[in-house]
Design a protein around this ligand. Structure first.
Ligand code: NDP
Length: 334
């Protein structure tokens, strides 16, 4: 990261530099590991860490001049920790670089299904997958037959939420910003319907048309104007999972929500959710989701770019909507 970012993130806010690699053997007595990064993930929350915050957040801000970090899939090259050995495949927090020294390997997860695409551990089998799973099942406690709306529906999280909602027997509609993504939602992920929100003049009216009986569960990924349009369209006693609000991350002034009072009149429950509270359930989740993938009950679409040089542009694709499915960077193919 070159500097703290205000407004829209640009490639110029980041730079790719070449430095000497650290020694690939951990020093004697160290409990750390050295990993080779195979895939690194692009996630919307990274943008929030690029702004300087006066108040502490759930995760520290990035520091200009330092290497960006995020979730990745890695191979252990050398280890001073008893639980890890050279050759192990893991996922967790790492640097946007070719090799990383990780001093707290307890935070890493072992990869138990290397027969599935390893890159999935940045997505459906990693943090976004757990976000979809825990956010959908734990927060609104969905029931068969309920009407579910998902914004940002074709993204890393949304595509999984939609498929889990279909497995649960819900009626599911998603929104996305390009027709190509809308088609994916209907043809690949089995959504009952989907629409391009950029083509709707009046979002509130569009949602009324798609949900004449109201929305029981709204899985919120974008916030802003979409949330405003959703509120009047909720059913009485509906539930909103506040997972993310990507439409606000590049704004210097967040947009106001006009229709907040519907939370009162419709007795809605809107609940903030954070995946960081659910990592203790990860391995159970991994087994269940790996099972769904093997049985072809769910599928996953990724948008993979090659090489760290392309990582800054890839991260920006999240905010221009150019990413189709889970955005990630292949750093090295083993
Ligand atoms: P996505 O893969 O969905 O992110 C990119 C997509 O967001 C874009 O392709 C674009 O799709 C959409 N988007 C970008 N800008 C806007 C905008 N201004 N208005 C509306 N849509 C926009 O991301 P993820 O699936 O990884 O994350 C989805 C949400 O979940 C994010 O808000 C993220 O911050 C949040 N999150 C929260 C977690 C938690 O623990 N609470 C954990 C992980 C993610 P389109 O074509 O549809 O516009």
């Amino acid at each position: 990261l070159k500097r703290y970012v205000t407004g829209l993130l640009s490639e110029d806010d980041m730079e790719v530099v070449t430095v000497e690699a650290p020694p690939l053997d951990v020093p004697t007595g160290s409990k750390g590991v050295v990993v080779k990064n195979l895939y690194v993930s692009c996630d919307p929350y990274m943008r929030n860490r690029m702004t300087h915050h006066e108040l502490p957040s759930y995760i520290p801000d990035f520091v200009p001049g330092e290497v960006l970090e995020n979730f990745g899939v890695m191979k252990v090259i050398s280890s001073g920790h008893l639980d890890f050995k050279a050759g192990d495949l893991v996922w967790g927090m790492t640097g946007w670089e070719e090799y990383t020294v990780i001093n707290n390997p307890e935070s890493l997860f072992k990869i138990n299904h290397p027969e599935l695409p390893l890159s999935y551990y940045t997505g459906i089998l990693g943090m976004p997958g757990l976000t979809a799973y825990a956010g959908f099942f734990d927060v609104p406690k969905p029931k068969k037959g309920e009407y579910v709306f998902i914004s940002g529906a074709s993204g890393a999280v949304g595509q999984v939420v939609g498929q889990l909602a279909k497995i649960t027997g819900c009626y599911v509609i998603g929104s996305a910003g390009y027709d190509e993504k809308v088609n994916l939602l209907k043809s690949k992920f089995g959504f009952d319907d989907a629409f391009n929100y950029k083509k709707e003049q009046d979002l509130e009216a569009a949602l009324r048309r798609y949900f004449p009986e109201g929305i029981d569960i709204y899985y919120e990924n974008v916030g802003g104007k979409m949330l405003d349009a959703v509120l009047p369209n909720m059913s009485l006693g509906g539930r909103i999972v506040a997972c993310g609000m990507i439409s606000q991350y590049n704004l210097e002034q967040p947009e106001g929500v006009r229709n907040l009072y519907y939370i009162v009149t419709k007795r809605l429950r809107m609940e903030g959710f954070h995946v960081f509270d659910y990592y203790d359930r990860y391995y159970r989740f991994e087994e269940e989701m790996a099972g769904y993938l093997k049985e072809e009950k769910v599928s996953y679409v990724e948008d993979v770019v090659e090489g760290l040089d392309t990582a800054p542009a890839a991260l920006i694709r999240l905010f221009t909507g150019r990413s189709v499915g889970k955005q990630l960077v292949a750093v090295a193919r083993e």
